[in-house]
Design a protein around this ligand. Structure first.
Ligand SMILES: O=C1O[C@H](COP(=O)(O)O)[C@@H](O)[C@H](O)[C@H]1O
Length: 259
């Protein structure tokens, strides 16, 4: 499995580069198979990437109606809440392109059918993933074509935080998370085995406050301390960084993509 680190000048350049890369990858997969799937991330650079994609004429090359859209994690809040990753993704991109609503798979909200019960909501999402998994996926969730992941300053990915029980989950594809160190405290997250089932994992990370976590993840830190260290794609893992996030990496590891 190949790991590549690419460094871009600044957050807007990074967001535009990831958006362009996403167009190419999804178009290629759709040309080969007629469909594609992507897992979205929330967070600053994750949403900026969706905004950059919305602004890009090349977005029309994607067959939006044959794209399944999933989320890596969600803040467990009422539907339409401004802090939900879903709300932000819809505003930045999904409301502007011709997605098939049946193929957009938001994680449940805290005012949904399971009420304020994140574990039940996680089970509901797990059932949706299982129903979408095909025999060739060899698992209880689809083998996503691209899984986008932000990384927190503490090294968290999705809503898998250092040393928290969700990180140790080996069986379930989705878990409810309580007591998140980053607000809001209640969340839903894909588990590490589900993330690792993706064909490609792309970390998208900007900012100096992430530099230590990025360095530790890429220099052999344990995944219980730095969750990002435990996430990888089955065929490819890409670290897409801005200069500040890459500032603690040895030059031998990081290739400057936009000088
Ligand atoms: O809360 C979350 O944070 C992480 C990282 O966000 P960032 O703003 O530090 O880039 C994000 O990946 C996750 O989806 C989100 O729920």
């Amino acid at each position: 499995m190949a790991t590549t680190v690419l460094v871009h000048r600044d957050p807007p350049t990074l967001a535009a580069a990831v958006a362009a890369r996403l167009v190419t990858r999804l178009v290629d997969v759709q040309a080969a198979t007629g469909r594609a799937s992507v897992v979205l991330t929330g967070g600053s650079v994750g949403i900026a990437t969706l905004g950059a994609l919305a602004d890009m004429p090349a977005r029309d090359a994607i067959d939006w109606r044959n794209l399944d859209i999933w989320w890596g994690d969600e803040r467990f809040l009422p539907l339409g809440h401004a802090d939900r990753n879903e709300t932000q993704a819809r505003a930045a991109l999904l409301d502007k392109v011709g997605v098939d609503p049946a193929r957009v798979h938001p994680m449940p909200a805290s005012d949904g059918p399971d009420g304020d019960d994140p574990e039940a909501a996680a089970e509901r999402y797990a059932a949706e993933l299982k129903a979408a998994a095909r025999p060739e996926d060899h698992g209880i969730a689809p083998s996503f074509d691209v899984c986008l992941l932000g990384v927190g300053p503490d090294g968290h990915v999705a809503s898998l935080f250092p040393e928290k029980p969700a990180l140790y989950e080996e069986v379930r594809s989705v878990v409810g998370v309580r007591g998140s160190p980053k607000p809001p405290p209640t969340r839903i997250s894909l588990t590490m085995p589900t993330i690792r089932g993706a064909k490609e994992v792309w970390f998208v990370v900007a900012g100096e406050d992430k530099a230590s976590a990025v360095h530790l993840a890429l220099s052999g830190a344990g995944p219980m301390q730095i969750p990002a260290a435990g996430a990888s794609g089955r065929t490819r893992t890409l670290w897409l960084l801005d200069r500040a996030a890459a500032s603690k990496l040895p030059p031998s590891l990081a290739r400057l993509a936009s000088p």
